[in-house]
Design a protein around this ligand. Structure first.
Ligand code: ADP
Ligand code: ADP
Length: 227
């Protein structure tokens, strides 16, 4: 059960004068897939970086489940960035690749085992837990890369143009995978893209950005009105 509420949020980069993101309000419901859509420079990454805690807002607040995390440390906000990289540790089993961040987080071994196994069971991939990345198909590796974020049980999953560098067939596969895991785990998700077709395939709603301004939020069937 996680909602995100962005209230009057704005941002200015250091050593610049104009706002990279002008004040806006946005509410993302529990389990919703919200797409931030706009061309390069429209402010998508900056909004995600504020959610992640890598940039400080100029004004406004960020609430997750009603709690103010605007100034919380990166590790104290239960926001996880997925698919920043698809790289897996080649010498580690899938089990250890998935458990790695949880060990760094300091979770006990039995809980790590339980979480990793339950995620892989839910997506029907228990049989590859003890394989190494080199033994997997491309799609299985992409699934493990995405599961690496899901296994941390974030309140909010964020992704910043994760398919832009993939070849077209992999893009379609990965989009389907993202949507499947997001729905399977009911994850509140905020996803940035400059591709309207991807936005329509993925989004429950699409937030349209233009030069740092939020110009509207629509369901995919009504998206053409704002393009
Ligand atoms: P998008 O993710 O939609 O491409 P960004 O959030 O990266 O957009 O950029 C929003 C605005 O902030 C743009 O005008 C961009 O030029 C500016 N910007 C982005 N990063 C920096 C930075 N590190 N320093 C100064 N300005 C930046
Ligand atoms: P760096 O700081 O240079 O990324 P790391 O030791 O963190 O060095 O990562 C080495 C390689 O392993 C990189 O290719 C990185 O993408 C990948 N990697 C980092 N963290 C993980 C992880 N939790 N699971 C799997 N692979 C990872």
């Amino acid at each position: 059960m996680s909602t995100v509420s962005l209230n009057g949020l704005s941002h200015v980069y250091e050593n610049t004068t104009s706002e990279s993101v002008h004040p806006f309000n946005l509410f993302v419901d529990d389990g919703e897939f919200l797409v931030l859509y706009g061309p390069s420079g429209s402010g998508k990454s900056t909004i995600l970086r504020m959610l992640h805690g890598l940039e400080t807002p100029k004004s406004g607040t960020i609430l997750i489940d009603g709690a103010d995390i605007t100034h919380a440390a990166v590790n104290d906000r239960d926001v996880t960035l997925a698919l920043e990289s698809y790289a897996l540790y080649p010498h580690m089993s899938v089990r250890d690749n998935l458990g790695f961040a949880l060990r760094v987080d300091g979770l006990p071994a039995d809980e790590i085992t339980e979480r990793v196994e339950s995620v892989m069971d839910k997506i029907g991939l228990s049989d590859i837990l003890d394989s190494v990345p080199g033994d997997l198909t491309q799609l299985q590796r992409q699934t493990v890369a995405l599961a690496r974020a899901v296994v941390r049980r974030p309140k909010v999953l964020i992704m910043d143009e994760p398919v832009v560098n993939l070849v077209p067939e992999q893009q379609a596969e990965t989009l389907a995978l993202i949507k499947q895991l997001q729905q399977e785990f009911g994850l509140t998700t905020i996803y940035a893209t400059s591709d309207l077709e991807d936005a329509k395939v993925l989004g429950d709603r699409i937030a349209f950005l233009d030069r740092g301004r939020l110009i509207g939020v629509e369901t995919p069937d009504l998206a053409e009105a704002l393009v």
